[in-house]
Design a protein around this ligand. Sequence first.
Ligand code: GAR
Length: 190
Amino acid sequence: MMKRVAILISGRGSNMTALVEAMKADDFPAEPVLILANRPDAGGLDYAKAEGLPTAVVDHTRFDTREAFDAAIHQELIAANADIVCLAGFMRLLTPGFVNKWTDRMINIHPSLLPKYPGLHTHQRAIDAGDAEAGCTVHYVVPEMDAGEIIGQSRVPIQPGDTADTLATRVIKVEHALYPACLAKATAQA
Ligand code: GAR
């Protein structure tokens, strides 16, 4: 049975685009049913609308508490009848109460080889540490940030002279291949 996928974004949404494009394949076991952004100006919303996909904005600045913000997101996910939630450059921390409602059904992409470099500025931290390689990880979301079970990882070399920007450009390419593959895997288990 086709799983119904909601994708949460905060910005340009290039991973969201990669997921939506991958789901167009006839044999992909999932379909996008909601693109939700926490910022009204998230660039990815334009692509989603052009694709004719349902979109929603839950603007975090309009909520007094994280719990109220997360409850509003949960309502949108329920209204869309989502089976699986993909965080794709969604830059808000989520409360345990919300995360626990989606155990084993919410996944995230993170731009490092977890467990290395949870949090922000991952590429600069990898360069500063003198690492030979960097990459990205897709994992199940648990209350602890960037800590859930790993579904898949992709690696790229760090080259001499790399900046956070040049490394990010190399990593984002493999993100776009990894995330759909991991969504297919998670879909089979959901
Ligand atoms: C991606 O590199 C993603 O891995 C990262 O933000 C970027 C979003 O780009 N996510 C995080 O840092 C999560 N903490 P996109 O909007 O083009 O997909």
